[in-house]
Design a protein around this ligand. Sequence first.
Ligand code: PLP
Length: 396
Amino acid sequence: MSKITSFHPPERTLMGPGPSDVHPRIREALSRPTIGHLDPCFVDMMEQTKSLLQYAFQTSNELTMPVSAPGSAGMETCFANLVEHGDKVIVCQNGVFGGRMKENVERCGGIPVMVEDTWGEAVDANKVAEALKNNPDASILAFVHAETSTGAQSDAKTLVELAHEHDCLSIVDAVTSLGGTALKVDEWKIDAIYSGTQKCLSCTPGLSPISFSEAALERVRNRSSKVQSWFLDLNLVMGYWGSGQQRAYHHTAPVNALYGLHEALVMLQDEGLENAWQRHHINHLSLRAGLETLGLDFVVREQDRLPQLNAVSIPQGIDEAAIRRELLNRYNLEIGAGLGALAGKVWRIGLMGYASRAENILLCISALGTLLNEAGQSVDTGAALNAAQSVLNAHS
Ligand SMILES: *Cc1c(COP(=O)(O)O)cnc(C)c1O
């Protein structure tokens, strides 16, 4: 074997479905000295992280903390703790991630009742109401707020209200919405929610912020069986993340990764949550003006579009994978491919967190325009750049 040397990744611009660009401040925070995970200084930082997360989620829920693993583990934490054998769970599916919720319910021994919507559309509240009415024994409603596989946003407030009218708890996937689009856990009375650090928080992948309401915690405390996952059992995890200095060892926290999250949340606090939502919105309008001038059509109808995930159809006769490869090779720019039902049919262009900024929009439009022209589409890249820039000017 030849001698292996250090790995130095290229500097990319990450405009896919995640991970998104990590802010330099966060990269610096990750390299600070590692200290013990029970060091009083570290415990103080954990408490700050919890309050910053409460701000990001807009909640006063006591149980608000990051799970030491990526978004998928946050998803699993919600299902493993709240679903017991034989529990009926209404699961909405309008993309890839609803399908994973179904898997989770099944693996917890629960019975999923699926409410299906076309990929690219929001969850239909009427269908959910119907399913809740037809399944009075259901105990949970689960849905994805921001479906990253399609770019559609669902009306979380209305869906949670419906759940409560039928005495169900709600489990909400906010992996892509947190920090990028309006999300109000207490006002919308969400019971259990999970997110991720690598989408709109501009942080590295690998942590999953969660928040549980008192009602959800009550359900966890009163389970008739043990949570089958030792690692994700909140009754045990809270011995470490619970309040005060009385912390017991559960697992070694990912110390430096948590510095990164802390820094990301300080940045969100400094920018202001509403300002972050507004920035994602304006940058979406700018990117959209450019993409539409390039002749690209959005998959999701206007009122359901996520600002941070822009799914557009591939023009006829274009080799979509070749374009993505060239974007990466020539421009160090990553955009996302279609997933599941939309594989090969769409590009997914993310404007998440630190990636949601003017220079990225202009780079993406000019690079895409150039490659589309080379591939035989006759598009006006200059006009597209002007269209994107005028939106930015109008809001500056
Ligand atoms: C990315 C994503 C996940 C999974 O998060 P990982 O960090 O990749 O495990 C779950 N749900 C949605 C909607 C996502 O976009």
